[in-house]
Design a protein around this ligand. Structure first.
Ligand SMILES: Nc1ncnc2c1ncn2[C@@H]1O[C@H](COP(=O)(O)OP(=O)(O)OP(=O)(O)O)[C@@H](O)[C@H]1O
Ligand code: SF4
Ligand SMILES: [Mg+2]
Length: 365
C-alpha cells in the first residue's frame, strides 16, 4: 500500500476538465473520451480502471498530444503544473451538421504546433508517461545510456551529485538488471520486451516528473519483475512525492497501489471513490460495471475462470442512453420508468454515498 504523508499539499499537478476526444472512422465517430474530469494533487495517487477500449489511454494521450487519429481531442481543459495545455483549442475546432444532420467535427492542423509548444514546457520534468508499449518511447538508434544522458542534459538538477552514468546503473540495478552496464551499452532492439519495459521505467524515473502516468506499466513482465517495477514506482511516489496515475485493467493491482480510483466505461467515468471507500461499498450500491469488475477480480483470486469482458467497452458510437445498458444486469430489475431513463440519457456522476460517486440511474442517492 502506498502511503501519503499527512502534511500533503493539495496543490493539483494535473487537472482535466470535461475532456472530449473523438475519432473519425469508416464506421462513424468513435467517442474515445466523452467528458472526463479528474484532478491529481502533488503526492497523490489515482488508479484508472476499465476494460479494453474504455478510454483510459486516450484520456492521457489527448492531454499529451499523442493521439494518432483525427480529430483527436476537441474540447476540454487540461492543466499541468499550472500550464493550460488546451487553452484556445476551441478556435481550431469546427462543428457542423452533415447532410443527414449528424454533427461532424474537424480540427485545424495548426493546433498541433500550438499544443507542442506548450507541451515542451512541462513534458519530462512535470509530466511523464510510461507507455503500454515501451518501444514506442525508446529511440531505436540510441543506446540506453544515450537515453539517460539526454535526460540529464535536459535537466542537470536531475543528475544530482553522482554522474548520470552512475545513477543510471543504480536505477537499472534497482529494477532487477544484474549487469546494468551491459544494458546501458545496448540498443533497444537487443532487449527483450520485459527488459525494454524496465529500462524505460528507469529512464522515466530519472526525469523526476511531478506526475507519472503509468499505463499498464507491468504488461509483459513476469511476476517477480512486476513486483520490482511496482515497488520502484511506489518508492518514487512516496519519497519524491511524485503524483501517480496508474492505469490498469486490473482492479486488484490498482486497489493495492493507489489512494483514489476512477472506473471508466466507453469514454466516461462511471464510478469514483477513494480506494478504501470503494472496497467497502456493498455490491448493491456499486455501479453495475464496477460490480462486474469486482466479481471478476474475486473469481480470478480464486482461480475460477470468468470473462467479465464478454462484450465490449469500446467507445460508444451511440449518442443517447447509458452505454452499459446492453450488458447491465441491474437494469432488468428496475422499474419501467427507470429503465426508460437508461435508454433516454447517459447518467451523470452523482454522489451515492459519502465520498463515492457513480453514474447510474438505478442507484438512488
Ligand atoms: N486512432 C484511433 N482511431 C480510431 N479509434 C481509436 C483511435 N485510438 C483509439 N481509438 C479508440 O478509442 C477507444 C479508447 O481507446 P483506449 O486506447 O483509450 O482504450 P484503453 O481503455 O486504453 O484500452 P486498453 O486497456 O486496451 O489499453 C477504443 O475504442 C479505441 O478503439
Ligand atoms: S444507468 Fe441503467 S443501464 Fe446504465 S448502469 Fe445504471 S442501471 Fe445499468
Ligand atoms: Mg490503453
Amino acid at each position: 500500500m502506498v502511503a501519503t504523508p499527512m502534511t500533503e499539499s493539495p496543490r493539483p499537478v494535473l487537472e482535466i476538465e470535461q475532456l472530449v476526444s473523438w475519432f473519425d472512422t469508416p464506421w462513424g465517430v468513435v467517442r474515445a473520451v466523452d467528458g472526463v474530469s479528474l484532478v491529481v494533487a502533488r503526492g497523490r495517487s489515482l488508479g484508472v480502471v476499465g476494460e479494453s477500449g474504455s478510454g483510459k489511454t486516450q484520456t492521457f494521450y489527448s492531454v499529451l498530444g499523442l493521439t494518432r487519429g483525427l480529430p483527436g481531442v476537441i474540447a476540454g481543459r487540461a492543466q499541468v503544473a499550472g500550464v493550460d495545455l488546451l487553452q484556445g483549442l476551441e478556435q481550431y475546432v469546427t462543428r457542423a451538421p452533415d447532410a443527414n444532420g449528424v454533427e461532424t467535427v474537424s480540427k485545424s492542423p495548426q493546433w498541433q504546433p500550438v499544443h507542442e509548444a506548450r507541451l515542451k514546457t512541462v513534458v519530462g520534468r512535470e509530466i511523464a508517461i510510461l507507455f503500454q508499449d515501451p518501444r514506442r518511447s525508446l529511440i531505436p538508434y540510441w543506446t540506453i545510456a544515450k537515453h539517460f544522458e539526454e535526460v540529464s542534459r535536459r535537466d542537470p538538477t536531475v543528475a544530482g551529485h553522482a554522474p548520470w552514468r552512475e545513477q543510471a546503473a543504480e536505477r537499472l540495478s534497482g529494477l532487477g538488471f544484474p549487469q546494468p552496464r551491459r544494458v546501458l551499452e545496448s540498443f533497444p532492439e537487443r532487449l527483450s520486451g520485459g527488459e525494454a519495459q524496465r529500462a524505460m521505467l528507469a529512464i522515466t524515473m530519472a526525469m523526476g516528473p511531478s506526475v507519472l502516468i503509468a499505463d499498464e506499466p507491468t504488461t509483459g513482465l513476469d511476476t517477480i519483475n512486476q513486483a520490482i517495477a511496482l515497488r520502484s514506482i511506489a518508492q518514487q511516489h512516496r519519497e519524491q512525492r511524485m503524483a501517480l496515475v496508474l492505469i490498469s485493467h486490473d482492479l486488484g493491482v490498482v486497489d493495492a497501489m493507489v489512494e483514489d480510483v476512477i472506473v471508466m466505461y466507453a469514454g466516461r467515468i462511471v464510478a469514483r471513490a477513494p480506494a478504501p471507500v470503494l472496497r467497502e461499498i456493498a455490491d448493491d450500491r456499486l455501479h453495475p460495471y464496477a460490480l462486474a469488475l469486482r466479481v471478476s477480480r474475486d473469481r480470478r483470486a480464486r482461480n475460477a475462470t470468468i470473462n467479465v469482458n464478454d462484450g465490449s467497452a469500446l467507445a460508444t458510437r451511440a449518442t443517447t442512453g447509458c452505454a452499459f445498458r446492453h450488458r447491465c444486469q441491474l437494469r432488468p430489475l428496475l422499474p419501467a420508468a427507470v429503465q426508460a431513463e437508461c435508454e433516454r440519457a447517459a447518467p451523470p456522476l452523482r454522489a451515492v454515498e459519502p465520498g463515492y460517486e457513480a453514474a447510474c440511474w438505478g442507484l438512488d442517492s
